[in-house]
Write a protein of this length. Structure first.
Lengths: 260, 236, 412
């Protein structure tokens, strides 16, 4: 697997898109910092970008890479290599290079700006960690969608729909159900709903840092336990890890049972 | 060497292989023939483990290949369409395959043979179909494995290269290897193959030497013999 | 001339006192071994010098003008039996004592030091621990509570007392005290013209500072951090609040300041940082908010109920989850020339003022007021989209609530 990972990674490092992605974040970082002149504000803006754009880019990039590297995959399938290694290698190659672009692209401007001297370093690190998780999750979702659809256009369509659903529509439905059932105790329901959407989970993790003052204003006991202690952090992290590991398992299963 | 027992495979509703049995002994060149869509490529891919059969058993070198991958170390495969990752250079591709197979290889004389030196530093995306096929051939023949599978090896090759290819195949045969070939070019098949395996409707319709085939079909010419098989079946 | 006369008068008085006055040392090996005995033999204007040691005494009554000074912080241990020092005379100074173990009672408010109907007192450099009430001023005027340290260990509101309590007292200065771990750090009731400066009130069960029915008071340069519910200013008029720091008051009903029925006041130069609610305003009118900074609060300002003619000018609103929240769509308050970190407008004419108005009330804050659980959707893209649409055409939020001149740079 490591060999495949290496080749996929090299392959991506040479592709234009990784640079576009890297440059995008680099420019974004610099623009945010040097136009605003304010690390805290930049972190908040970044957070909005990360929970929306990172999943989108992971999704599109994952689908694109899968379809574009079909030849490579077929070449590898005839080689004495385990199937799961081929797909996991490619997956980690893509997810790894995307994560690297994200971390370096955002990291460099922030470090140059004096991140280490600023007190937002923990928030920033948390932001990068959630960004990395979102990349891992949405790339694997994209791979699963691509592997299940021979038709490129269909695959792209489903992938973008998945993103749209998790990034926007899910929260809309979530909000509507909260308002409709507002007479009932909704603590557990609303926390439960968060767990089923990786974007909401990532958002929650960041909220725990940036908006804890507001979160603690709510009376519910379950909320208090979730947000007031480290429980929320652990649960969100744990479920995010599940969100990464389970789809990867699914991808391996799909890869094992597919004809090429 | 290769044993296929009652192999079934369908893609959706399309039944491609229906209870195919095939036994290929040690050594010799076997041409796998059949009309379009008769399951040649599916059979080859099943042997390579790229297509998973619905039913049936395949053994290579005496062992079942189900859920195995190491046996592919013993097979060289030349795919039908030479699709390579476009942004790799030829040299890098060769190095990569060597790295992946982790076996001794002798690519240098093959590169000279097919005149690929000027292309070594070019990206695969910029190569012509014929040159790609030459690279494909180099990748296939540079290792020393007991089984070689060639899917349409002559695709896009110039006559010179075809001659080199034939020589190569003969040389490998003399080493006692088992070689499976598919091709549309009957002349090529006639020149190279010792045995014919003819697939029809997902089963082996004929298996034997060219002489036997001609005898069976009452034809003096190989190409016509093949055509006759196809006709008898469709007319029947 | 008047001033010089006063100084002269003071000097004469002081000398007059000091001419007759003597110093009575109190210690285990001295002639006088207890504070009570010392007070009994002392004459007016005398000084009791309490040497280092532990004095197990309570109900010490100071009924003549005395100066009681501790040397190296002598400990007065009340052994949980009741009140420790009660001052009923004018011109009393208490300095440098370490008072512990004040008795707890459900019927009377035992204090470490209680001043009753006296004037011109000075209580300074006193350390109080294990207390019920700390310093209790009752109908006493013109005194000073300076540089004391009150460290409580209160757990429940019902059986704990306040650090410094003023009841019907006027013209008092409360300066440089540290109060923590009591019910209310500083509590004022019916006390006017009080100045509260440079105090640090933290980790108190209820309020860091609590005003009730007290007018014309000023508090400035104080720090209120991590109190159960912040600072409450209720039913008072003309209160001035300058340059204080309100920090980390977290919880369901926690805020930097709670203003309830407050009129004609000034809130200026304060910093509100990481509070669940920066300022919670209920029924308060004609208050000027200027040069305050609201940083990282859940809600910077929450307006409930009838609040009229409040003016918010030149404040910084930075990185708050919500800047302003209203529970109705009526507005009679003015927001002008504030800096809003969320402002995304532009300034083409480069005059430092954004060319498009800023609307500080989000639709989402309205939704959260209605269904609090929706708070978990904070910063969701979906919310940003509906907030944006509400911004374009306000339906649920007051449409005249806007800052027409949002500043481009924050106020230093």
């Amino acid at each position: 697997m490591l060999k495949i990972l290496k080749y996929s990674f090299y392959d991506l490092m040479r592709s234009r898109w990784s640079y576009v992605y890297f440059l995008f974040y680099l420019v974004l970082g610099f623009v945010l910092l040097f136009l605003n002149n304010d690390v805290s504000k930049a972190v908040i803006t970044l957070m909005n970008i990360i929970i929306v754009l990172v999943p989108l880019i992971g999704t599109i990039f994952g689908v694109m890479y899968y379809y574009n590297s079909k030849e490579f995959t077929e070449l590898l399938l005839a080689q004495p290599i385990k199937r799961s290694s081929i797909f996991l290698g490619q997956y980690f190659g893509v997810a790894g290079s995307l994560t690297l672009s994200l971390v370096l692209g955002l990291g460099i401007p922030f470090v140059l700006y004096g991140l280490f001297k600023s007190d937002v370093i923990f928030n920033f690190t948390l932001l990068l960690i959630t960004g990395a998780f979102l990349t891992l999750i949405f790339t694997v979702l994209a791979f699963i969608i691509a592997i299940s659809n021979e038709n490129k256009i269909k695959g792209f369509g489903y992938a973008v729909l998945t993103w749209l659903f998790l990034a926007v529509i899910y929260d809309g439905l979530f909000l509507m159900s909260l308002i409709i059932f507002e007479e009932y105790p909704l603590d557990s329901l609303s926390l439960g709903a968060i767990l089923f959407n990786p974007i909401d989970l990532a958002r929650t993790l960041i909220l725990l840092k940036l908006d804890i003052s507001a979160l603690l204003g709510y009376t519910g006991a379950v909320f208090k336990q979730f947000f007031g202690t480290n429980l929320g952090l652990f649960i969100s992290m744990g479920v995010l890890i599940l969100w990464t590991v389970l789809p990867i398992g699914w991808l391996t299963f799909k890869a094992k049972h597919k004809d090429f | 060497m290769i044993q296929v027992e009652s192999l079934y495979k369908k893609f959706g509703k399309n039944k491609v292989l229906e209870g195919l049995d095939l036994h290929i002994q040690n050594g010799g060149i076997f041409a796998i023939l059949g009309p379009n869509g008769s399951g040649k490529t599916t059979l080859i891919k099943a042997i390579l483990g790229m297509v998973l059969p619905n039913k049936g058993k395949i053994s290579v070198l005496g062992d079942s290949i189900k859920n195995k991958w190491k046996y592919r170390q013993e097979i060289e495969y030349l795919p039908q369409i030479a699709n390579f990752p476009g942004n790799l250079k030829v040299k890098e591709l060769i190095t990569m395959i060597k790295d992946l197979r982790n076996k001794p290889s002798e690519e240098s004389h093959l590169i000279t043979l097919f005149g690929l030196e000027p292309f070594l530093d070019k990206k695969l995306a910029n190569l012509s179909g014929g040159t790609k096929q030459k690279v494909n051939i180099v990748l296939t023949f540079m290792f020393n494995s007991p089984i070689i599978i060639l899917d349409e090896p002559t695709n896009g090759l110039d006559p010179q290269a075809v001659i080199h290819l034939k020589e190569l195949i003969q040389k490998e045969k003399q080493k006692g290897k088992t070689i499976l070939v598919t091709s549309h070019i009957m002349q090529f098949v006639e020149e190279v193959a010792d045995n014919i395996v003819y697939l029809l409707e997902g089963k082996i319709y004929f298996k034997g030497s060219i002489a036997e085939l001609m005898k069976m079909t009452d034809q003096v010419d190989f190409e016509h013999a093949i055509a006759t098989i196809a006709n008898t079946k469709t007319n029947a | 001339m008047y001033k010089i006369n006063r100084i002269l008068l003071f000097i004469i008085l002081a000398i007059g006192c000091s001419i007759q006055a003597k110093t009575i040392p109190v210690c285990v090996s001295c002639a006088v071994t207890s504070i009570k005995a010392g007070i009994a033999i002392a004459k007016d204007c005398d000084t009791l010098l309490i040497k280092k040691g532990t004095y197990k005494e309570y109900n010490i009554l100071v009924d003549k003008p005395l100066t009681i000074i501790g040397e190296d912080f002598p400990v007065i241990d009340g052994e949980d039996k009741g009140e420790i020092i009660r001052i009923v005379s004018d011109e009393v100074t208490i300095d440098g004592l370490f008072i512990i173990n004040v008795g707890t009672s459900y019927t009377s408010d035992y204090a470490a030091i209680r001043v009753v109907k006296s004037e011109h007192f000075l209580i300074q450099n006193v350390v109080l621990e294990k207390l019920f009430f700390g310093i209790y001023l009752e109908k006493s005027n013109n005194g000073k509570v300076y540089h004391n340290k009150i460290i409580g260990d209160a757990v429940d509101e019902y059986n704990s007392g306040n650090g410094i309590q003023l009841w019907y007292s006027k013209n008092i200065e409360v300066d440089r005290n540290i109060v923590q771990g009591v019910r209310d750090g500083i509590y004022l009731e019916f006390s006017d013209n009080i100045t509260i400066n440079n105090n640090i009130s933290t980790k108190n069960l209820r309020y860091g500072l609590h005003f009730m029915f007290s007018n014309d008071d000023t508090y400035s340069n104080n720090t209120f951090e991590n109190n159960g519910a912040g600072v409450a200013v209720m039913f008072s008029k003309r209160v001035k609040m300058y340059n204080n720091i309100f920090k980390k008051n977290w919880g369901t009903a926690a805020f930097g300041i709670l203003l309830k029925e407050i009129n004609d006041s000034e809130i200026s130069g304060n910093i509100f940082e990481e509070n669940t609610i920066g300022i919670n305003i209920e029924g308060s009118n004609r208050i000027n908010y200027t040069n305050n900074s609201f940083i990282n609060n859940g809600w910077a300002v929450k307006v409930r109920g009838a609040c009229y003619e409040n003016k918010f000018t030149k404040n910084n609103f930075m990185y708050n989850s919500f800047d302003i929240s209203y529970n109705s769509n009526l507005n009679d308050n003015v927001f002008d020339q504030n800096y809003w970190s969320e402002y995304t407008g532009y300034d083409l004419d480069k005059n430092g003022i954004g060319d498009v108005p800023y609307r500080p009330v989000k639709l989402f804050s309205y939704i959260v007021n209605r269904t609090p659980e929706t708070i978990v959707l904070l910063r969701s893209l979906f919310m940003d989209i509906i907030d944006f649409s509400e911004k374009v055409s306000p339906v649920f939020t007051p449409d005249n609530l806007l800052d027409a001149n949002p500043l481009m740079k924050k106020i230093k």
